[in-house]
Design a protein around this ligand. Structure first.
Ligand code: DGL
Length: 270
């Protein structure tokens, strides 16, 4: 048993898709979340910059004595490679759990992948899917405007702005006949209803944050690292820019008021 918190990080709001699920499946765990809102988006940056930012995010979480680090960010997961396994504590990224879920969901072996430019450019999901099932044909596409839409609150499925952007990005994947779509950036499930409306109800959407949270639950159980508290755990949020925008959208997304639990930190100190 281990009562230390789980550390989760992302460039901004996206990792909350993993936190939401963790809160449901492991309600007794304490969670420390870092969203690098001062430097989002990561997905348009170079590999070197993404690795530098990820190292600082991980350092911050380690200083908070977490028992597990979750890179709830498709972009970091796509560029970090084996370095995550050398941190001296368990590390989970979104790639494998998400690719595995997609390989189980597809019936026609045509899988779409959407993500940030860095994620798609890295070919990470293509490789992960090929390792699991080489007969899967992958259609991928970067969607760089989705993250700023989410970070700026354009998340309403009735809003024509995200809908128009989604049509532009997703039509080619829908026309390719994919029956499964990996939302390979953890921000995207926040607009999953917009994405689903364009793809159609026959296409299964895979939520990378959700799949990763399930995987973390399994890992903690297998390694005997679950906490033994009987009451609900605490969730603290840290951001690198002002707290207001984050608190507002996080509150809507998590379905609870988090205003008192969000603090700003100087990530350059780490
Ligand atoms: N949510 C992140 C991801 O999954 C990062 C998006 C970004 O910062 O560009 O890729």
């Amino acid at each position: 048993m281990d009562n230390r918190p789980i550390g989760v990080f992302d460039s901004g709001l996206g990792g909350l898709t993993a936190v939401k699920e963790l809160l449901e499946i492991l309600p007794q765990e304490n969670i420390i979340y870092f969203g690098d809102t001062g430097r989002v988006p990561y997905g348009s940056r170079s590999r070197e910059t993404i690795l530098k930012y990820a190292a600082q995010d991980i350092h911050f979480l380690k200083e908070n004595r977490v028992k597990l680090i979750v890179a709830a960010c498709g972009t970091v997961s796509s560029v970090i490679g084996g370095a995550g396994q050398e941190l001296g504590l368990p590390f989970v990224d979104v790639l494998h759990p998400t690719a595995l879920a997609a390989s189980k969901a597809t019936r026609n072996k045509r899988v779409g992948v959407i993500g940030t430019t860095a994620t798609i450019r890295s070919g990470s999901y293509r490789r992960a899917l090929a390792e699991i099932d080489p007969s899967i044909v992958v259609y991928d596409r970067d969607c760089p405007l989705f993250v700023p839409l989410v970070e700026n609150g354009f998340v309403d499925p009735e809003d024509p702005v995200p809908r128009m952007v989604a049509e532009r990005y997703l039509t080619e994947l829908r026309d390719a006949g994919v029956d499964t779509l990996i939302m390979g950036c953890t921000h995207y499930p926040i607009i999953s209803r917009v994405i689903g409306a364009v793809m159609g109800r026959d296409v299964t959407l895979i939520d990378s944050g959700r799949e990763t949270a399930f995987f973390c639950g399994e890992l903690l159980r297998e390694q005997g690292l679950l906490c033994d508290r009987q009451t609900a755990g605490d969730c603290s949020f840290y951001v690198s820019d002002h707290v207001e925008n984050f608190s507002h959208i996080a509150g809507i997304f998590l379905g609870r008021n988090v205003d008192q639990d969000v603090r700003q930190i100087d990530i350059d100190r780490y």
